[in-house]
Unconditional design. Sequence first.
Length: 434
Amino acid sequence: MTFAVETLDTDALRTLQSERLVDTLGRLRRADAPYWRAKLADVPDVTSVDEVAGLPFTVKSEFRETFPFGMLAVPLHDVVRVHASSGTSGKPTIVAYTSGDVDVFAEVNARALACAGGGRDDIVHVAYGYGLFTGGLGLHYGVERLGAVAVPASGGNVAFQVGLLADLGATGLACTPSFALLLAERAETAGVRGTIPLRWGIHGAEPWSEGLRAKIEAAWGGGYDACDIYGLSEIIGPGVAAECRENKGGMHVMEDHFLPEVVDPATGEPVPDGTAGELVLTTLTKWAQPVLRYRTGDITRFLPGECPCGRTTRRIGRLEGRADDMLIIRGINVYPREIETVLMEDPDLGGQFAIVIDRRGTLPEVEARVELADEAAAVRRDTIARRLEARLMETVRLRITVHVGDPGTVPRTEMGKAKRVFEQTDDRDPLGSR
């Protein structure tokens, strides 16, 4: 299932983007807001998206500096909803929506669900958290816009959710990848996995590798498509980009609403297609709180070629990491995603893991804690650990000690995003598991 706007030819799409960008800038210049007057004071008029590089960047600190409503471009009485993300300074990032923005939020999530294989006949179990965070309500409204049945399960209470999946006959699943795997594990333990008719899932809010995708799809049985979805609250929430089941490995950007760029993180200059860089996004249709050239901190690249699904919107590679998530260990730069990729490719491992940075000594040490997929492999535990250590050294160029535990020994996350990286600064185990 595709939407007409997703199959526009390149010229028609560029024209639509340009019209929407010019309209957005016109509204921002007319806004009665000190933030926007200062932001655009020295910015010349822009007539097309080809001139977007002339606009100023926006960074996350601006949301904190203008907390709570300094970035509004409409009167507060036009706002019908706010969402928020956690903030490192104690204050959350507040994002406001008009009724039109909520409508766009529903549309882009409906399109993302359709990319994964969703349609009107589906029953979709939404296990993202509901409330101030954007995940649960974003996908919920997307399901309803799609015309499917939404089950607002939210997070936690895994045993109850497994029963609900079976009783209601869910065919689609929306949750984090770690929670999708946890649900499959508990369904298998409860003996009901074979009665749950899931065909597809849309999983985001956490970085996850192709190896973890394979484990999730295998855990839910043959024919299950696990697709990635990307979003961030500063832009709108989930629904900025999504994988299609026909061509996994890249995500279609909803380009008629969000203009993407990929730039060099150090210089801010555009990089050639196919080259990794920082994703930058400009909203084209938001009214309450538009954002110009937002530096997401997410590392990706534009992917070449046409997609067999028929959508003509640009595709970005699945996230390679975040600029601020990069670990510097003994002078070596490494993203946790690189470590995960090696671990999840191993057929003897389950889908749960943790990375511990031990900072108790003069130089930091890194260990990976993993668990076996099957207890029968326990006799080869040491062989598996040595194999993984060699593979990590070869791929990441870093000595990482691997501890291979029994199935179920790595702590699970039942609410919110899975925590994968832990710091150890004293003799207490940061996972509380050893």
